[in-house]
Design a protein around this ligand. Structure first.
Ligand SMILES: CC(C)(COP(=O)(O)OP(=O)(O)OC[C@H]1O[C@@H](n2cnc3c(N)ncnc32)[C@H](O)[C@@H]1OP(=O)(O)O)[C@@H](O)C(=O)NCCC(=O)NCCS
Length: 136
C-alpha cells in the first residue's frame, strides 16, 4: 500500500482527527522508529521509542469493518512492538469513538488519562482524548 493509498483510506475513515495526507504518512514512515502494518482493506502505523510503543493511527475501510481486520492489525502491532523491545504501549482515542474504544479494550488497553479538548471536529466542537495504555 503506497502513502497515497493510505491517505485515501485515511480520508474515508477520519474527520476528527483530520485525515493524514500522503506527505504526512511518508514523513512519519521515514523515521526508523516507525512501522506500517497492512491488511487488504486497512492499515496501522505505530512506532517504538525507548521501550514505549505508540499506536499512531489505525484505519479500516468502512466497507470492510466488523470482520476482524482492525483486531488483526492491533494484534500485529502488539507483536511488532514487543519484537522491537516495547514494555508498554499507548494510544489516544476520541471520547466519541466507541467502536475503537471497544476494540482497544478487547486487546487489553486501559484508560490512564484524558487530554481535555484535544480534538476539534470540523464543526469546531472540542472533544477529549482518552489515553489508553497496555503493558506487555
Ligand atoms: C475502529 C476500527 C479500526 C475497527 O475496525 P474493524 O475491522 O471494524 O474491527 P474488528 O472487526 O476487528 O472488531 C474488533 C472489535 O472492535 C469493536 N468494534 C468494531 N466495530 C464496532 C462497532 N461499530 N461498534 C462497537 N464495537 C465495535 C468490537 O469490540 C469488536 O469485537 P467483536 O467483533 O468481537 O464485537 C474501524 O471502525 C475504523 O477504521 N474506524 C475509523 C477509524 C478509527 O476510529 N481508528 C481508530 C482511531 S484511534
Amino acid at each position: 500500500m503506497t502513502p497515497e493509498d493510505m491517505a485515501t483510506l485515511h480520508a474515508a475513515c477520519f474527520t476528527t482527527p483530520r485525515p493524514w495526507s500522503a506527505v504526512d504518512i511518508a514523513a512519519t514512515l521515514a523515521s526508523p522508529f516507525s512501522f506500517v502494518l497492512t491488511q487488504p482493506q486497512g492499515f496501522l502505523i505505530g512506532r517504538v521509542v525507548a521501550g514505549e510503543a505508540e499506536l499512531l493511527t489505525l484505519a479500516v475501510d468502512p466497507s470492510a469493518r466488523q470482520r476482524g481486520t482492525g483486531g488483526r492489525l492491533v494484534d500485529a502491532f502488539l507483536s511488532e512492538a514487543e519484537a522491537r523491545g516495547a514494555e508498554s504501549a499507548f494510544l489516544e482515542v476520541s471520547e466519541a469513538n466507541l467502536p475503537a474504544q471497544s476494540l482497544y479494550a478487547r486487546k487489553g488497553f486501559e484508560a490512564r488519562g484524558k487530554r481535555c479538548g484535544y480534538y476539534q471536529t470540523p464543526e469546531g466542537l472540542r472533544l477529549d482524548a482518552l489515553v489508553l495504555v497496555r503493558s506487555f
